[in-house]
Design a protein around this ligand. Structure first.
Ligand SMILES: Nc1ncnc2c1ncn2[C@@H]1O[C@H](COP(=O)(O)OP(=O)(O)OP(=O)(O)O)[C@@H](O)[C@H]1O
Length: 263
């Protein structure tokens, strides 16, 4: 009797854009030591939108900074795309951030002397690369910025400035965009615009987004929410809604860390 066919090989597998293993990060020493990350292992799938949430001081910024090569870990490893970043020197890290990472900050961080268009094109020009005009045009159109390109940041509203920052982050088609409280300084309407753009950049452009937020309704735009408490991942919620995020946050500080964490 012929053997049954073996299962078909899995042809497509979601690759992690960012892969962190057993991250340990402590600040200070002795009695004053604060352990900001305790053996955190987490993967961020390519083409997915992930939010990181948790109480103040739980380690969200530390995690994001370690993932983006802005801070160094005491132990563990971080891979961005195909590049293991742990152990890279400052020059290599600068190049990696420039070539593979887009950043969106709460305070927008646009250069005040440059126009919106110059701000958007700056990362590509620093990288010595020529921006792809078709791609930049698509991003600018999606963000509805075409009639604002000659304006300086002071001539733009907060929401418009953050949309320029979004365009700047995507201009080089980075491996991953890290967004640190991107709606923290925006009103509800502008927040909605930025979050819908981030969502669209994942759905339509295949972008990978990792966003720190305190806002359950912002997190609800993500595919997944990773919750930190006291430097450990304590929950991992898929297909979140604002209500499920709020429910998860209630009392999650008292839960036992997920398997593999906190050893
Ligand atoms: N450079 C530093 N030196 C000393 N301690 C630090 C440093 N950076 C962070 N910490 C400490 O590490 C812990 C985690 O801080 P982190 O900023 O990552 O938290 P967070 O969740 O981002 O907080 P928030 O929501 O308030 O921004 C905190 O106890 C913080 O005080």
């Amino acid at each position: 009797m012929p053997l049954a066919n073996p299962p078909a090989p899995q042809l497509t597998r979601t690759r992690a854009a960012v892969d962190a293993t057993n991250l340990l990060r402590a600040y200070g020493s002795g009695e004053a030591q604060v352990v900001a990350l305790r053996n955190v292992s987490v993967q961020f799938a390519s083409g997915a939108f992930t939010a990181i949430m948790g109480p103040s001081g739980s380690g969200k910024s530390t995690l994001m900074h370690c993932l983006a090569g802005l801070d160094t870990v005491d132990r563990g490893s971080v891979r961005i795309g195909d590049t293991e970043i742990t152990g890279l020197n400052d020059k290599a890290l600068t190049r990696l951030r420039r070539d593979k990472i887009g950043f969106i900050f709460q305070q927008f961080n646009l250069l005040p002397t440059l126009t919106a268009e110059e701000n958007i094109l700056l990362p590509a020009s620093i990288a010595g690369a020529k921006a792809d005009p078709a791609w930049i045009g698509r991003v600018i159109a999606t963000l509805d910025l075409a009639d604002r390109l000659t304006h300086k940041p002071t001539e733009l509203s907060g929401g418009q400035q953050q949309r320029v920052a979004c365009a700047r982050a995507l201009a080089t088609r980075p491996e991953v965009v890290f967004a640190d409280e991107p709606t923290g300084n925006l009103d509800t309407r502008s927040s909605g615009e930025v979050l819908r753009f981030l969502r669209r950049s994942v759905d339509d452009f295949g972008q990978t987004i990792v966003m720190v937020t305190h806002d359950p309704s912002a997190a609800a735009h993500a595919d997944r929410v990773v919750f930190l408490a006291d430097g450990q991942i304590v929950e991992d919620l898929h297909r979140p809604t604002a209500d499920s995020v709020i429910d998860t946050m209630r009392g999650f500080e008292n839960r036992v860390p997920l398997a593999g964490e906190g050893r």
